[in-house]
Design a protein around this ligand. Structure first.
Ligand code: DGL
Length: 266
């Protein structure tokens, strides 16, 4: 089992921010990544549809004989992670719980903001995760649908990003939040702009980093850490032709993507 890869899936390129964090925190692990690029975005789809996509992605990764699955998409985590944990026999880690836990450690005034896709915000998954541990926590949320195309366009530090961030975040800042969870795998690219807009008194939680730490902990607990000599280069699969994934994904991963294969999910 330890010599098997970790499977990671997202709707497209966003989960590469999680893959990048995994490479920092568990550098000896082999990684298999699936981007469901034929059906991206998940953030605007209904919960039953995202649930179906998540099962198809999970079954694909299990067929690659992975030892652990990471749902590297906030929208899919919000809708499907509990069911995936119940249904499949390998450990499944989503991005919501690790980010929520870190926000609870960071907040001083108990007012936490969460930004994400329409689907993630509508699901109420962050509100539930935060209030389960601390019912007194006040959660203020905002769907920020423009952040995904802005990040993919390479405009994370552009004036367009700044204007959109002001518009989306002003209501949360008015409520006095001191912590902001980046509840979408695209948003770490916008971190500098978002920090500039919220100011130094609001701390940002990068759920990609927190998820990678949670994966490391789980591998240690389950004695599933791979020995360095067995590490394989990452494998990338997408469900549409790979051109756009390769072009846009490099900025998310921090390096050029190579050897991306197209697959059909069923
Ligand atoms: N990766 C998705 C998420 O974290 C954002 C992109 C999409 O809507 O599919 O929610």
């Amino acid at each position: 089992m330890p010599e098997r890869a970790i499977g990671v899936f997202d709707s497209g390129v966003g989960g590469l921010t999680v893959l990048r964090a995994l490479r920092q925190h568990v550098p000896d692990e082999s990684l298999v990544y699936l981007g469901d690029t034929a059906r991206v975005p998940y953030g605007t789809k209904s919960s039953p549809t995202v649930m179906r996509y998540a099962h198809e992605a999970a079954r694909f990764l299990l067929a690659q004989r992975v030892k652990l699955m990471v749902v590297a998409c906030n929208t899919a985590s919000a809708v499907a992670v509990d069911e995936l944990i119940e249904r499949y026999q390998v450990p499944v880690i989503g991005v919501i719980l690790p980010g929520a836990k870190r926000a609870l450690e960071m907040t001083r005034n108990g007012r936490i903001g969460v930004v994400g896709t329409e689907g993630t915000i509508r699901s109420g998954a962050y509100d539930r995760a935060l209030q389960e541990f601390r019912p007194d926590i006040v959660v203020h949320t905002a769907a920020c649908p423009l952040f995904v195309p802005i990040a993919e366009e390479g405009w994370s530090c552009h004036e367009v990003a700044r204007l959109a961030a002001h518009e989306y975040l002003a209501p949360l800042l008015d409520k006095g939040i001191d912590t902001l969870v980046l509840g979408c795998t695209h948003y770490p690219l916008l971190k500098n702009t978002l920090q500039e807009v919220v100011g130094p008194d609001v701390q940002l939680v990068d759920s990609a980093q927190e998820t990678a730490k949670a994966v490391k902990l789980r591998l240690e607990q389950d004695q599933l850490l791979q020995s360095p000599s067995a590490t394989q280069p990452p494998c990338y699969f997408v469900t549409d032709i790979p051109d756009r994934f390769i072009r846009v994904g490099g900025a998310f991963l921090g390096e050029q993507l190579k050897d991306v294969k197209t697959v059909v999910l069923d």
